[in-house]
Design a protein around this ligand. Structure first.
Ligand code: EPZ
Length: 418
């Protein structure tokens, strides 16, 4: 089990380029299934989740090659519509392949994506939308058997919650469906716009991505194309939290300011100076951090749930008491106990976490139990006295390209122990 050894006390500084977005690369890779011929995705992050997605594509008959943050996918000939259980279990978001396989093959068999570290991850909205599009779905022994013998039909779909994955799955299924699909109460995350941008470059006809109503006019065929994955807005928030936790200053390059518009005010309330211009963000956190009264996680454009743990890590040493309300996932405070082991004063009750600022954090032996919680422990360790040993780095590797190299490049003292 790999570990990170983090020696705290160094202020981060300098400039760093933000990696490509994991949460866009994954649905884009699923989208490559729909497009006959070769697609090339640039700025694709080198992550274990991306490699897991490539293994699924290969298993379906695609030819995937990944090199220097560029992945090429040749989907000319597919020879399977079944995703083996082992591959499904590697990452929960593999459910997004369902819409794409159905769109291209008219049938799909895959196992229920297990719950994950954030609690049960139901897919009821995905399945009810696909059923409305004419898909017959039987669920037995943990496997989903899906078929649409008469082909996918456009439908008007109301989402009870603006689910990112459900919106993506419907877009992928609707791209080659017969007729028009309209998604009401669609997710508005930037990753939805990225998926629409890629699919439209392949010949799809998607309008309204980024708004609550997305319409997809089905077409008969899609062709491969070249596309650049958007910057990772959560990786950007992570680096901003590292600057806040260490009292440092950073220039983030290749980032889209619009994508972090709900995160910037929180760092400003903490007392950081944040300046945006074009594809660059400059953050300076040289003053003592102040507590933030209340942060509520919400669907985009609200404060992103994925940044919750990261901002909490920075708030552990802020002056005063902060309150966080996690409205999106049931079980997204698993990093709290580990932060308390480092000397943080945090109490949770259901959705609510109360963080009372302390003078110091201390290095400790801590364990990641999910992707963003693990990154939060690394951020806290940067601002702690002494050495932290962070176990279960595999969770962090799912979403961050060599986090230790990224942090060392801005002055932190981090080593990976194999
Ligand atoms: C995506 O997950 C992201 N993952 C998550 O990022 C992110 O936290 C989440 O969106 C919210 O922004 C990827 O893009 C790969 P949802 P997703 O469907 O699609 C409930 C990270 O750390 N729900 O918007 O699974 C669900 O249980 C990851 O990068 C249903 O009840 O999120 C959750 O409580 C973590 N039924 C809420 O909706 C459904 O059918 C939001 O889920 C679908 C979802």
């Amino acid at each position: 089990m790999q570990k990170l050894i983090i020696r705290g006390g160094e202020k981060v500084g300098g400039e760093i380029s933000v990696q490509g977005a994991k949460n866009s690369a994954l649905p884009l890779l699923a989208g490559c299934l729909l497009a006959k011929g070769e697609s090339v995705l640039y700025n694709c992050p080198e992550l274990s989740d991306v490699f897991a997605a490539c293994r699924i594509l290969n298993c379906l008959g695609c030819k995937c090659k990944f090199r220097d943050n560029t992945v090429s996918v040749d989907s000319d000939v597919l020879n399977s519509s079944e995703v083996p259980d082992g591959l499904m279990r590697e990452m929960r978001s593999s459910i997004v392949f369902l819409g794409a396989v159905l769109g291209r093959m008219g049938k799909c068999r895959l196992s229920f994506p297990g719950g994950c570290e954030l609690g049960p991850r139901p897919i009821d909205m995905h399945l009810s939308a696909l059923r409305q599009m004419g898909v017959r779905i039987t669920e037995e022994h943990g496997a989903l058997d899906c078929s649409c013998p008469k082909g996918l039909k456009g439908a008007k779909i109301n989402l009870s919650f603006p689910s990112v994955g459900a919106t993506e799955n419907i877009m992928l299924a609707a791209a080659l469906a017969e007729g028009e699909t309209v998604i009401y109460n669609a997710a508005r995350e930037p990753e939805i716009c990225d998926l629409a941008g890629y699919l439209n470059s392949c010949g799809a006809r998607i309008k309204g991505a980024g708004s609550s109503t997305v319409s997809i006019e089905g077409v008969s065929e899609l062709h491969g194309c070249e596309y650049t994955v958007m910057p990772d807005r959560i990786a950007a928030a992570t680096l901003m939290a590292a600057a806040a936790a260490t009292g440092g200053e950073l220039s983030l390059l290749n980032v889209r300011c619009d994508d972090v518009q709900s995160v910037i005010p929180v760092f400003e309330q903490m007392g950081c100076g944040v300046f945006c211009c074009r594809d660059r963000i400059y953050i300076s956190c040289t003053k003592k951090l102040r507590a933030v009264k209340t942060i509520r996680t919400m669907p985009y454009p609200g404060f992103p749930t994925d940044a919750q743990a990261l901002v909490m890590a920075a708030l552990t040493k802020a002056e005063g008491t902060s309150v966080i309300v996690e409205n999106i996932f049931e079980n997204r405070y698993r990093h709290v106990d580990e932060l308390v082991r480092m000397g943080a004063d945090i109490k949770t009750e259901g959705k609510v976490a109360v963080i009372r600022g302390v003078k110091e954090l201390y290095g400790a032996l801590v364990r990641a139990s999910d992707l963003r919680g693990g990154a939060a422990l690394a951020v806290a360790a940067l601002g702690a006295n002494g050495e932290t040993v962070l176990e279960n780095v595999k969770f962090i590797d799912r979403g961050y390209e060599s986090l230790e190299k990224q942090l060392c490049s801005i002055g932190a003292n981090v080593k990976r122990i194999l």
